[in-house]
Design a protein around this ligand. Sequence first.
Ligand SMILES: O=C(O)CCC(=O)C(=O)O
Ligand SMILES: [Fe+2]
Length: 259
Amino acid sequence: MTFVEKIRDTSVDEAKADDISDVVHGSLGALRMEDFFSHADCRSFVSALSPTMFEQYDPDYYQTEAFRIGPSLTEHRSSIEEYPPAAEKAWQTWHDGAFPVDLHSIFRSKVQRIWNGRLRGASCRGKPAFWGMIRRMAAGTLVHWDDIREEFPGYVLDEALSDQISVNVFLEGPAEGGELLVWSRARHSSDEAARISYGYDRARVVPEPPDVTLLPRTGDAVMFSPLKYHLVEPVTKGDRLVFSVFMAIAEDGDLVVWA
Ligand SMILES: O=C(O)CCC(=O)C(=O)O
Ligand SMILES: [Fe+2]
């Protein structure tokens, strides 16, 4: 299915629940909201970061070098029992006041206002999942998709959820490079022949130009469907630091978040 609309720009104040639903349902390629985090908050948060706070994504699987603060659910595909304690440890670090800005509560209050409903953290084996990972990916990514319902059997997050969306808020937008590219073409099982670790050979799965090319700026929030093929171009100048969330709609209508 091609997108009905490729990119929709809206202010945080004017954004509506339907904007989020359109991304979840796959009719909108990307929703961008400028100044979702204020530049002052982004600056103060980024200045509190140091390289030692970051962990590298498993280099054997993530061939494009990437770093994160906080555990990712997907990385626990074959060790899910280790995820709840890792999430608990990460929440402890946040609550111990390691960071000067409460990005989680800003995110929650803004998204709840847009959704006109509740946003809650996902639960994994009865324990709180982590969300709002800080991610640095200067090398970009391979073309890939993200879908926990394919990555894990059953309900890894303890309940039935809608298709997931990616929500990335840019604490620092790259000066050059680092574009997000999204294709509308649905993935197909025959694409597995072109798999390279966590992603795919771009020339074989999406030879056509992307439907969405988006250069993120500091403070932007960008929502898109990661069930679709997407990638991040390598950063050639500056830094690219993201507050990163996956989000889906639960059966009770709440938004549920994890990372
Ligand atoms: O950082 C981005 O722009 C997107 C990264 C990504 O692959 C995702 O959020 O699913
Ligand atoms: Fe992704």
